[in-house]
Design a protein. Structure first.
Length: 182
C-alpha cells in the first residue's frame, strides 16, 4: 500500500467525527435559538406568579434599580390607581447546595407582608425545609430590619440553609431600605 492510501484511510474517521460534531453543534444552536425565548417567557411568567402570590392586591409590578449585591430583582407593587401597595425583593445567599433565593414583600410602612422561598438545590428533607411554613413563616409580620441568628428559629441539621435564608432576607431588607431612602 502506498503512503497516500494509508494517510487517506487514517484521516477518514477524523473527518467523519468532525463533520458529525459540526452538524450536532449547528443543530444544538438552532434548538437553543428556538427554545430560548420560550424558556425566558416561562421564567418571566413564573416570576410574575410568585410576585402576585406575595402581593395579591397588586395590579402590576414596576422594576426598581438597586446596587445591592445578592439582589436579583426589586419591584414596586402598585394597585389599579397606581398607588404603591408593597415592595417585592428577590435576594439570594450561598447555602449548602448552592444559592438560596427568597422573595420578600414589604409593606410601605416597613413590615414584612409575605415571604417565599424560590427553587433551590438544598438537601431534600433537611435544607429544603426552609420552604416550610414553620420556618419561612416566622419572618412575616416582623419589622423590615436586619435579623440575627438569635432572632429566628433555625432548622436543626440545616443550619447552613437556615443561615443562607436569613442572609438573603437581610439582603432584601437592605434593598428595601435603599428604596425607601431614595
Amino acid at each position: 500500500m502506498s503512503n497516500e492510501s494509508k494517510q487517506g484511510i487514517s484521516f477518514k474517521p477524523i473527518i467523519v467525527l468532525v463533520s458529525i460534531c459540526a452538524i450536532a453543534g449547528v443543530l444544538l444552536g438552532v434548538v437553543h435559538q428556538v427554545t430560548a425565548p420560550v424558556a425566558a417567557a416561562i421564567a418571566e411568567q413564573r416570576a410574575q406568579e410568585t410576585y402576585a402570590s406575595l402581593v395579591p392586591d397588586a395590579a402590576s409590578f414596576e422594576e426598581i434599580e438597586t446596587s445591592v449585591e445578592g439582589c436579583t430583582a426589586a419591584l414596586r407593587a402598585v394597585d389599579a390607581s397606581g398607588s404603591t401597595v408593597a415592595y417585592v425583593v428577590v435576594a439570594q445567599s450561598k447555602g449548602y447546595g448552592g444559592q438560596v433565593p427568597i422573595a420578600v414583600a414589604f409593606t410601605p410602612d416597613a413590615t414584612v407582608l409575605s415571604i417565599t422561598t424560590m427553587p433551590n438545590s438544598e438537601t431534600p428533607g433537611l435544607g429544603s425545609r426552609i420552604a416550610e411554613e414553620f420556618y419561612i413563616g416566622q419572618y412575616v409580620g416582623k419589622p423590615a430590619q436586619t435579623l440575627a441568628v438569635e432572632d429566628i428559629d433555625v432548622i436543626s441539621g440545616a443550619t447552613i440553609s437556615s443561615k443562607a435564608a436569613l442572609s438573603a432576607f437581610n439582603i432584601a431588607v437592605q434593598v428595601f431600605e435603599e428604596v425607601q431612602n431614595g
